[in-house]
Design a protein around this ligand. Structure first.
Ligand SMILES: NC(=O)c1ccc[n+]([C@@H]2O[C@H](COP(=O)([O-])OP(=O)(O)OC[C@H]3O[C@@H](n4cnc5c(N)ncnc54)[C@H](OP(=O)(O)O)[C@@H]3O)[C@@H](O)[C@H]2O)c1
Length: 247
């Protein structure tokens, strides 16, 4: 994909987990492109601080209280966006947790696995389905699931490939998310909704104690690109900054 492959008309985007890290930079990048950005975040103080910062940078941003693990919160978020914008053009499912550590499979506290799946997978399905009616009102709806290359079974089983630490909650939750992305793409084939997974790369954020080597802005770029692909863009695929990632 080239950098010039962007939709002509910026619309309304919801970014989940947009109060910090990569999600904040996805919101900032879309805002800079002229999109109206709904900042989905569960903590009121951090949400409003992010909205203020985005607005100060010139973005058209508004806050949306959102806990992706909570049905009522997600339903209310969809209603709020419907009231403010009437439709949704891009949904970026960015919110995620690691589940905490340690995560060696033979000794893991299974609650860590449950928590990672609840947020990183079921949360994405819950949010996507609640927002689909609004996405269907868009002329060019896009869904981007922020995944990770650690969820790639192809890479996890390639000798010598860089696949991060052993993490039976976080990594398989991203494998599950990848599989979910493919199922959505299959059901939505033939509609104008394009859905893809992306990997931001190893990025310095709270998620990894700021050990990542990329900046959040660099990590955000691939999600922004897939949120703005034209109507003949890809669907049901997995990308990072270098191109396509094997599932
Ligand atoms: N950083 C990396 O190296 C890396 C690499 C590959 C993929 N990723 C992916 O990139 C995405 C962003 O991660 P990040 O590195 O920017 O991490 P981060 O700084 O920890 O941000 C995660 C965001 O998700 C939000 N969140 C968590 N649970 C939520 C819930 N139940 N409801 C709503 N929001 C929730 C957090 O909100 P609170 O502030 O309220 O906790 C926060 O805004 C994630 O999908 C992650 O898996 C990151």
């Amino acid at each position: 994909m080239s950098e010039t492959n962007t939709v002509n008309h910026p619309g309304v985007a919801l970014v989940t987990g947009a109060n910090k890290g990569i999600g904040y930079e996805i919101a900032a990048g879309l805002g800079a492109l002229g999109w109206s950005v709904a900042v989905g975040a569960r903590n009121e103080g951090r949400r409003e601080a992010a909205v203020d910062k985005l607005r100060a940078a010139g973005a058209d941003a508004f806050g949306v209280p959102l806990d992706v693990t909570d049905d009522a919160s997600v339903t209310a978020a969809a209603r709020l966006i419907e009231g403010k914008a009437g439709r949704l053009d891009a949904l970026v499912n960015n919110a995620a947790i690691t589940g905490g550590g340690p995560q060696e499979p033979t000794t893991v506290d299974v609650e860590r696995v449950r928590a990672a799946v609840e947020t990183n997978v079921i949360g994405v399905i819950r949010v996507t389905n609640a927002l689909l009616p609004l996405l269907r009102r868009s002329p060019s709806p896009r869904i981007v699931n922020v995944s990770s290359s650690v969820g790639s079974l192809a890479l996890q089983t390639t000798p010598g490939a860089e696949t991060g630490p052993i993490a039976v909650a976080y990594a398989p939750s991203k494998t599950f998310l990848n599989a979910v992305t493919v199922q959505y793409a299959k059901e939505l084939a033939g509609t104008n909704i394009l859905i893809n997974a992306v990997c931001p790369g190893y990025t310095a954020t709270d998620l990894n104690g700021f050990r990542g080597v990329r900046t959040p802005r660099q990590g955000a770029a691939v999600a922004i690109r897939l949120a703005t692909v034209p109507d003949d863009g890809p669907t049901g695929r997995f990308f990072d900054d270098g191109g396509e990632v094997p599932w």
